[in-house]
Design a binder for this molecule. Sequence first.
Ligand SMILES: [Mn+2]
Length: 426
Amino acid sequence: MIVNKSDIASDNQKSLQDHQDKFDFLSNSLAKSEINVDDLVNKLADFQVAIPSWALGAGGTRFGRFSYGGEPGTLEQKMDDVGVIHSLTQTAGAISLHIPWDIPTDYEAIKQKAAQHDLNFDAVNSNTFQDQKDAKESYRNGSLSNTSDAAREQAVQHNIDVIEIGEKLGSKSLTVWLADGINFPGQGNFQSALQHTEDSLKKIYNSMPEDWSLFIEYKPYEPNFYSTVIQDWGTSFMLANACGDRAYTLVDLGHHLPNTNIEQIVATLMLKGKLGGFHFNDSKYGDDDLTVGSIKPYALFLIFNELVQGMQHNPQNPYPAWMIDASHNIKDPLEDLIQSLEAIQEAYAKAMLIDQNKLMEAQAANDVTLCQEIIQSAYRTDVRPILEKARLERGGALSPIKAYRNLKVRETLIKERGLHSVASGL
Ligand SMILES: [Mn+2]
């Protein structure tokens, strides 16, 4: 299914005047604080977040999975779904492929599909957290950290294969997330597991083309519940440094223990030029992969404050690769992704409203109350008219969720693919 610009434009008509009134009011009041609204609109319009190929179907837990009608059964259909989201939001201009779930069979056709939907190929993701059919070695006891030379070699080779697939599509980075770890004290040796992981990552790093980057993701627990080899940002940072200049840490919002100060991690990594990628989601208790901004929107805003500052003042840090990494257990996955994109843009826009000069003055004067006032005044501003404007100018929907429903996207997908289609991979 393709959502046409003309259909979106006619759906926008109903709320165009309302949008204009709200936008004029907001831009007038922001102009008094010497904020350039056009600049904000342009920055938002340029901000593109990748959608992973595994997020277009219903997710699930180890207890069960409730599939959603009209799920994409092929990579082509997944790209069509990202195309729908991008048409409506104008902020999902990239797809991140998971290998081996989404190996293209016809590369030219896939590249054409991407061009048709105006999508780039973001980081490719390897998978050594489950055994593949006919694989010689098992990852039951780890992949890059496995005590078996043969298992480690197989895992390294898989990552090299993923890089080759990514190269054919125009990707420029590889994301490695390892499930490696142990469930019981004494089950494994911490030092040799870490050393094996470092040695394996170096082999992968040295196999990358010169214009590629390696992103090393961390996670404190799950699937292992006693120890994870790459458990935190410090371990990832250390491994990235061991690999080289083009290896970076990847921060996934859900991969932290409760109450971790993620904004401080972001600031530290950007100062050191090592924040390569960022995965968005939200969580209440653990890695529960909820819709971005649904639980802790203020924390997301504080994180964006650091990201904005880092993007402005840390030329040593590359522009990060953005991706949504969430699981949609009961909501329509496309609606969930649209809501996430809106929450990301909202946090980004609000962070750009913070008067950094005034904040620095207040910090220098140790005026704690004023510091808080400056931050919270930005957070309390309703920036949604700016988001609407950014979408409108690029041909997107004023309200993507309403347009999605008015244009009967899910009903059409069910008609095209059937009620019982199941997204491949999950
Ligand atoms: Mn992730």
